[in-house]
Design a protein around this ligand. Structure first.
Ligand SMILES: [Zn+2]
Length: 151
């Protein structure tokens, strides 16, 4: 399961009762993106919540794909966002705290740690592959990315 399947909307029950429509807890569930992030329920949310919900929609659900937001872009952007926080030196708990402040989302720190570890391993594998392929420039790029994550 991808990390984006383990990102949840905070105060889920409260939000469901505010917009008077049920949606799944997972932030990247198709129905959540339709009902919470793009639906007409937005104006029923209290202001603080609405701001964060809108921020999330603007930052991650803003592509022009025909299938948007069901095109994979929101998930890819969010993964990039997590890795950028990691590159800034944040640990798994701090990353969860930041996404909670910014977008009212949460994840379990253990899941976040696994995701970060997997990302490093994926880069290691890509680095080795590039070396085998005789592409030192690509290998260097992967190494730099990996080192940014484990710093
Ligand atoms: Zn897209």
């Amino acid at each position: 399961m991808a990390i984006t399947d383990k990102i949840y909307v905070k105060n889920h029950r409260q939000l469901v009762s505010q917009i008077e429509r049920s949606f799944p807890k997972g932030a990247f569930s198709g129905a959540t993106m339709d009902i919470l992030y793009q639906g007409e329920g937005l104006e029923k949310l209290d202001e603080a919540t609405r701001d964060r919900v809108l921020d999330f929609a603007e930052d991650f659900l803003d592509c022009d794909c025909e299938a948007s937001p069901h095109c994979g872009c929101p998930e890819r952007k969010f993964v990039r966002y997590l890795l950028e926080l990691r590159e800034q030196g944040l640990g798994q708990q701090a990353i969860v705290d930041v996404m909670s402040d910014e977008y009212m989302l949460y994840a379990y720190p253990g899941d976040m740690l696994s995701f970060l570890d997997d990302s490093v391993r994926t880069l290691e594998a890509a680095e080795r592959l590039a070396e085998v392929d005789g592409d030192p420039a690509a290998a260097d790029r992967m190494r730099a990315l990996r080192e940014a994550l484990v710093r």
